[in-house]
Design a binder for this molecule. Structure first.
Ligand code: ZN
Length: 74
């Protein structure tokens, strides 16, 4: 079973659809029973959609990713 730290580490790859099917299932299983990771996933996916719409890019710029990773999580 994956824990919150693993899911958080995999979240960007998950959102970029870079994980294997098995890993995606693990992340989704965790999100379904962990409200805090679910909230994080919703937040991050919203940010990525905004970035894609604005830049027309498939991936968030690296500097933005780094900034997002330093956002404090409660
Ligand atoms: Zn969690």
């Amino acid at each position: 079973m994956s824990d919150c730290n693993e899911v958080t580490e995999q979240l960007y790859e998950y959102l970029d659809r870079e994980l294997s099917t098995e890993e995606v299932c693990e992340v989704q299983a965790h999100l379904s029973r962990c409200p805090s990771c679910f909230e994080l996933e919703r937040f991050e996916s919203g940010v990525i959609k905004l970035v894609r719409r604005r830049c027309g890019s498939e991936r968030a710029p690296e500097h933005l990713r780094e900034r997002l990773l330093t956002v404090p999580r409660s």
